[in-house]
Design a protein. Structure first.
Lengths: 248, 287
């Protein structure tokens, strides 16, 4: 089964996920076309983080199907490495490797995992660090960088694998308010370059500005979705309205 | 006007959580061994010697003369203790590290097996393990036509490396599980294999967490090497006993000789303990 660009790059269909007795996802479906930016918003515990963790198989699902460029994620024989070469992920807590410098953090995976030439990788890594506006910080250790800077290194690290899809799991939630913006700008740059992005976020203004499509989840289901303008201005479902009124 | 240091006004509240944290927590007096405590040992050594000296009759050699005469042999014995401790530590660390990694293996059978071995040897008295090694291992091994003798000291190394192995296994497992799971997830999402994650991301970060408890274990092991005297290995304690016997069982020599043994162990182990504390403090901040 081969994937072509007219099909969704990520196709989530009727996904069910439970942690023991607790059912976190109760039949979620989302399609993401190449180059699209999708924002998933919703109250805590509504399953949004779980959902995107399922996309790169950090969590397994009990029922349904997730196709990433035609690769079925809900498959016992899934080649996780192949999947993860296509899907990059950035975490709330940055999760940089503290014993490596910023540059080494970015270079490690392409050299060790993709076995690419070191000189070429270094060139790419330096370009990526420049792209996330951290020139001059190449040789700093994560502990010497601010939260926002660490998060941008994490984005560069993920981009170094040249993924087709990027997942952002509440990447600004742990940041100081003044550094949130620098990370958002970086993501916006990426989106404008045509990167396919799935974001879980609490930044409504950002979602409205950048997203092609916004999904609102609550208690494991998608309550409402739409283009950002329609979604934010003309929400129909009472749960969405209540959430938006609390947060905006 | 005299300078008065700033003192906050007493703060009145019903909520204990609002009160400033007390600086003194727990016991006010924290005993800590300082280098000069070693002088106490020297003092004990000298004092026991001089008391014995006063009691000694003039026809026999003085305490210091006797101690001086035996000192080269005793130090030789002590070096043998160090050889045993270093070898047991090396063997125990190598096997224990493998066992510790086995304890976090995704393979359930291997994991349980390694856990069991670790728990078994960690909860056994060192002396019993030493006896087991002494009396269960043959005095020589025959592999084909080659005969390898197994002298007592080699068996002592095996016996002492067993508890070391189990403790190292726990140190490794503890250090690996103490890392935040985000490190595993980040590596996983960058398509690292489990093996790559372990060797490139997890273990390099664990080394500094493992170093202080590992050095602590080494100091304990060094002090435990004297157990080998019970099973007849000619290390420092055995030699001390033999030296005392050779001097005709003079009771006035007992205290000076054993004080001397105490002193050389202190001189060797104390710097290790200090360095461990130093490393613990150094790594405690960064985490």
């Amino acid at each position: 089964m081969s994937w072509t660009e007219d099909q969704p790059m990520v196709s989530i269909k009727n996904v069910h996920k439970s942690f023991g007795e607790l059912e976190v996802l109760k039949g979620v479906s989302i399609d993401v076309m190449k180059g699209e930016v999708i924002c998933i918003i919703g109250p805590s515990g509504s399953g949004k983080s779980t959902l995107i963790r399922c996309v790169n198989a950090l969590n397994d699902i009990q029922e349904g199907s997730i196709l990433v460029e035609g690769i079925e994620v809900n498959d016992k024989d899934l080649n996780k490495l192949e999947l993860r070469k296509k899907v990059g992920m950035v975490f709330q807590q940055y999760n940089l490797f503290p014993h490596k410098t910023a540059l080494e953090n970015v270079m490690m995976a392409p050299i060790r995992v993709l076995k690419q030439n070191k000189a070429e990788v270094e060139q790419l890594a330096r370009a990526l660090i420049k792209k996330v506006r951290l020139e001059g910080k190449e040789n700093n250790y994560p502990g010497e960088l601010s939260g926002g800077q660490q998060q941008r290194v994490a984005i560069a690290r993920s981009l170094a694998m040249k993924p087709d899809v990027m997942l952002f799991d509440e990447v600004t939630a742990a940041l100081d308010p003044e550094t949130v913006n620098e990370v958002l700008v970086t993501i916006k740059d990426l989106a404008e370059d045509g990167m396919t992005c799935i974001l879980v976020t609490h930044e409504m203004g950002f979602a409205r500005e950048v997203a092609d499509h916004v999904y609102f989840t609550d208690r494991g289901v998608i309550v409402e979705h739409g283009k950002p303008d329609t979604f934010f201005d003309e929400a129909k479902d009472p749960r969405t309205k209540e959430f938006l009124s609390q947060i905006l | 006007m005299t300078y008065k240091p700033y003192q906050p006004a007493p703060f009145k509240t019903d909520l204990p959580v609002m009160l400033p944290a007390s600086v003194k927590s727990g016991a006010g007096f924290m005993p800590q061994i300082k280098p000069w405590h070693g002088l106490l040992l020297v003092g004990v050594c000298l004092m026991t010697s001089s008391i014995s000296f006063a009691q000694a009759d003039a026809t026999r050699d003085g305490i210091f003369t006797v101690l001086w005469r035996w000192m080269p042999l005793l130090l030789q014995g002590f070096i043998f203790n160090l050889v045993i401790s270093v070898c047991a530590m090396a063997v125990g660390t190598a096997v224990g590290a493998a066992l510790g990694l086995g304890q976090i293996s995704p393979n359930g059978i291997l994991r349980r097996f390694c856990w069991f071995v670790t728990q078994f040897f960690r909860n056994a008295p060192w002396l019993v393990l030493l006896f087991f090694a002494m009396f269960l291992l043959p005095f020589q091994l025959k592999i084909g036509s080659v005969t390898i003798p197994l002298p007592d000291w080699l068996k002592a190394i095996v016996g002492l490396s067993l508890p070391v192995m189990a403790n190292v296994s726990e140190i490794v497992r503890g250090a690996v599980t103490s890392l935040p799971s985000g490190q595993w997830e980040a590596a996983e999402s960058l398509a690292y294999t489990r093996r790559q994650t372990l060797w490139l991301v997890i273990l390099p970060q664990c080394i500094k967490r493992m170093l202080p408890p590992w050095m602590n274990l080494y100091a304990i092991l060094t002090m435990a090497t004297v157990l080998a005297s019970i099973v007849g290995v000619s290390e420092v304690m055995t030699l001390t006993g033999q030296a005392l016997a050779a001097e005709g069982g003079r009771t006035d020599l007992l205290a000076p000789f054993y004080s001397f043994v105490l002193l050389i162990f202190f001189i060797y182990c104390y710097p290790i303990a200090r360095w461990t504390v130093h490393l613990e403090k150094k790594y405690a901040v960064k985490g």
